[in-house]
Design a protein around this ligand. Structure first.
Ligand SMILES: [Zn+2]
Length: 312
């Protein structure tokens, strides 16, 4: 009876699997703060994509870790950059799997910020327009490699419009944009920075990520990104921001994604290890709450397990 009247049902189609690929590795390496999550070598990526596809997942979100970082983030838009190679490798093995690529500069910048920086004495500035130019170049190189969606996660102003224009001008009008429209300056990103090897070397990211206290600002950011051409809107992190997910979905009616982030993942894993609750039940409840709040897509490190659980 409960099954007949259940309002929110999870399926494998709801979940997107984050994939970390490192140019420095020849075999996969565990991420200590995220049990069961690995950085992959390029050679592992096709099999991981195949496995995800066989489980019924529709999409992966790809993050790259280059072997070299510099002040121009040149690995981000290199034709043979690690993400570009990984996209091509997935598309050969598994052409139907939707490939979404993270577009940011922090993994590729020697200082670890999401944009071009200038230091004036004690202060540093992130230069918006210079950064947007490099982001558009990066998105174009991902599209050229075969990405179905590019996902700018940097939070610079005007980058969605610039990316859309660059893609269209180069014949990639079919490549979609998933915008990290409401990305909060959260404490829950800690483990990810180990996974993506991107902690800032100085300062923090509060000048370009949003104040966790602001909901109206989130709606303004989302409205701007939609106006500039975003196809999917992303809210990040997930559980502490359900009110934002709900408002975004209700107000704009656009496909809405939510990123259940590394710290949220690690928190549940730690509680499970301590015997506080059972993993599958807790994770299913969290994912159901995200979907109930309006998320059409959920990016989660449990994507593969959830695909299996929802089949049973
Ligand atoms: Zn970044």
């Amino acid at each position: 009876m409960r099954n007949l009247v259940r309002e929110t049902k999870l399926t494998a189609h709801d979940f997107v699997l984050p994939v970390f690929v490192s140019e420095k590795l020849t075999k996969r390496q565990a991420i200590a703060s995220m049990p069961g999550v690995f950085q992959l070598a390029l050679s592992d990526v096709p099999a991981e994509a195949q496995r995800a596809h066989e489980l019924g997942l529709q999409a992966v979100l790809l993050f790259g870790i280059p072997s070299e970082k510099d002040e121009a983030a040149s690995g981000a838009y290199a034709e043979n950059g690690i993400v570009q190679q990984a996209v091509r490798a997935i598309k050969v093995k598994c052409p139907e799997l939707v490939v979404i690529t993270d577009v940011c500069l922090c993994e590729y910048m020697s200082h670890g910020h999401c944009g071009v920086t200038r230091i004036d004495g004690e202060h540093f500035h992130v230069l918006n327009d210079e950064s947007v130019e490099l982001l558009a170049k990066t998105a174009l190189s991902h599209a050229a490699a075969g990405a179905d969606f590019v996902a700018p996660s940097d939070m610079m102003d005007g980058r969605i419009g610039a990316i859309r224009e660059t893609l269209d001008a180069n014949g990639y009008d079919q490549t979609g944009i998933m915008s990290y429209a409401a990305k909060f300056a959260s404490a829950f990103y800690g483990p990810f920075r180990e996974a993506a090897e991107s902690p800032p070397q100085f300062g923090d990211r509060r000048s370009y990520q949003m104040d966790t206290a602001n909901a109206q600002e989130a709606l303004r950011e989302v409205a701007l990104d939609i106006e500039e051409g975003a196809d999917i809107i992303l809210v990040k992190p997930a559980l502490p921001y359900l009110d934002i997910v709900w408002r975004v979905r209700e107000r704009f009616g656009k496909p809405t994604a939510v990123y259940h982030v590394s710290g949220e993942f690690a928190m549940v894993k730690a509680a499970v290890e301590k015997g506080c609750f059972e993993e599958r039940a807790a994770v299913s409840e969290i994912m159901t709450s995200l979907k109930r709040a309006g998320a059409d897509l959920i990016i989660t490190y449990w994507a593969k397990e959830l695909a299996e659980w929802t089949r049973q």
